[in-house]
Write a protein that binds this ligand. Sequence first.
Ligand SMILES: Cc1ncc(COP(=O)(O)O)c(C=O)c1O
Length: 391
Amino acid sequence: MQQYNFDEIVNRRGTSCAKVDMLRKLYGKEDLLPLWVADMDFRTPDFIVEALKKRCDHAIFGYTFADDAYYESIGNWLHYKYGWDTRREWITYIPGIVKGIAFAVKCFTQPGDKVIIQPPVYHPFRIVPENLHREVVYNPLQLVNGRYEMDFAQLEALIDDKCKMLILCSPHNPGGVVWSKETLIRLADLCARHGILVLSDEIHAEMAYSGNRHHPFSTVSDAAASCSITFMAPSKTFNIAGIVASYAIVPDDTLRHKFYSYLHAIELSDGTIFAYIATTAAYTYGAEWLQQMREYVIDNVHFVEEYLARHIPQIKPYPPQASFLLWLDCKELGLSQKDLVDLFVNKAGLALNDGSMFGPGGEGYMRLNVGCPRSVLEEAMNNLGNAVKQL
Ligand SMILES: Cc1ncc(COP(=O)(O)O)c(C=O)c1O
């Protein structure tokens, strides 16, 4: 069995890499450890790189289409990972999940309609509908005994005739919550009863840690399948976000017909050569790499948890069940959000995501990306420890 090396430092500077080359623009300086956007610093695995190189060697990049191997690789992967038996016609390429959400918002809602989101949550869930002149309404997650839960009573009270859509993050970013089947069934019942379409963004599904089973929303009940569109992608897991290889799955005939006719009409369901090749390679050869990468990431999470508990107990990481993102509760430091960001950026030299960007419930938090070599995290934690001592 090949042992992959996740300790390797790959210099990404000067590759138009958003995580590194946009530091000055976003944080005002370049000499920061980049631990923000959900993009890992691990080399994309060879089986993907080799598949892309092989196609490059052919040296003609004409019009292309999604071939059988592409659909079969997705179908096999969904069966292997989640026991989900899909049909080929349920699946379509989309040029990014965020764009997929935007298309669905346009296709299924009108300006002035309400879209429900569950903050603190991935910020484009708010930004996209607002930019499209939909009203975003909040069903904030509740912390119960230190764990995020959905607030069904508040959701039921919130819903009115204008509510047409709920955008679900499953697993949840930034908390890394893997929602239980019972929670998803309850959400599906409620949304189906009120005619609310659920967009289930499952981009972090493949990163559910062992012992935390991810349930694709559509599979939890007939109600869920009848009222939802699922979005998935190999892009986070295999570190190929720049290739833009997302896809949608819609089992319900009526929803699918409407959504896919819309995508087709505006020519948005055609992917690029490299998206098809990378997806097929990832899902055909990626199981072992994914297993090893996830174990490395979990060890990174444990490293940070232990470091913080020992040296900076005022910062408490939310215990993740998925993803390479760690949600740090920094409220005990007693700083304003501005001073908290200043501590990380200017005093510790670290570029994390400011928790307040994820909406209500994100104040006092910072989001740390641990998808990087351990040595980078060691340096980051030491910098943070020294900066907190100076407070
Ligand atoms: C929950 C979630 N959805 C979607 C995306 C981005 O997906 P895409 O690049 O396919 O638009 C991210 C990236 O961080 C994410 O965390």
